[in-house]
Write a protein that binds this ligand. Sequence first.
Ligand SMILES: Cc1cc2nc3c(=O)[nH]c(=O)nc-3n(C[C@H](O)[C@H](O)[C@H](O)COP(=O)(O)O)c2cc1C
Length: 345
Amino acid sequence: MSFDTVLTRRLGIKIPIVQGGMQWVGYAELASAVSNAGGLGLVLTSLPRVERMLMSNQLTALTQSSPEALRQEIRRCRSMTAAPFGVNVTIMPAINAPDYKSYVSVILDEGIRIIETAGDNPGAVIQSLKAAGCIIIHKCTTIRHANSAIKLGVDFLSIDGFECAGHVGESDITNFILLSKARQSLEVPFIASGGFADGQGLAAALSLGAEGINMGTRFMCTIEAPIHLNVKQAIVDGNETDTTLVLRRWKNTMRLYGNGVAKKAAVIEKNSASGLFDEVAPYVNGQRGREVFQNGDINHGVWTAGQVMGLIHDIPSCEVLCKRIEREALETLSRLRNLVTASKL
Ligand SMILES: Cc1cc2nc3c(=O)[nH]c(=O)nc-3n(C[C@H](O)[C@H](O)[C@H](O)COP(=O)(O)O)c2cc1C
């Protein structure tokens, strides 16, 4: 038995699992491993998202990346998998906005036709990708934003509950409500994102009306994720209570792994009389977060992880993980079927 959902059919994948775009993690090694395992891997455009957001919305020279770098990453991914994979384009406000047009050109030139978009004002990017026949999965944390994206013509919504890693939005609605609200009100198929790690979760998401799931933190904790083993071990050791929210004051709320630096940033944010972002900026420096992934000192800077940490207990390959989630989901659905009887007599 295998899954057959709108997501698997449209994307040409075997298992309804998407690996969400991840800054400093979503490189070709991970994306290709997820795609080879039957899900959809996503290469992140090397847009300096976390850096930009965390550094007062200024692009830094350090993280300026080029469309050419994206081209090379796409080619690297293609050399590692013959299965479909996509590209994440995260669009955030910036004083010096990256040259999105060139990124879009590279994506199209390289034959990528599945794109995960996220962030603010994605209209122009979505419209040019749609005009070229791409399938767009737009990630958002509210039904209002989902409806705006539908007007832009997106093919799928990725509904990201408050449990999720990274940008959680400002309305704090968890997936139990958000997914049913999506089922009740959206006219476009959606996938469930935030808080998923196993097949029971996939079965639940399908029951609530989703066509599949999107996972970030769970995929960080796989053999192929190109980050230091200490980070993976911290996720295994971590609990659902071990995340910290920062930047709410600036309406840019992020869920971070709750290390000392993140907690310190949260305290400064809460107590600052001036309310100046500059007070918190040194603590939420994105470059230090990148170094955590490279060097494995999990307290060196802030980095992102979701509440689903509490459900992650191992570091499997993407193949083992995806197959296990598929099996668990199929077993769960069959167990539920057995809970139904024709008659009590
Ligand atoms: C380390 C990390 C970096 C992330 N960076 C991005 C990003 O640059 N763009 C984006 O759209 N989502 C980003 N996300 C969010 C994921 O794509 C996904 O939506 C989220 O992790 C889902 O929640 P989960 O972690 O509970 O599975 C990131 C998540 C993690 C864990």
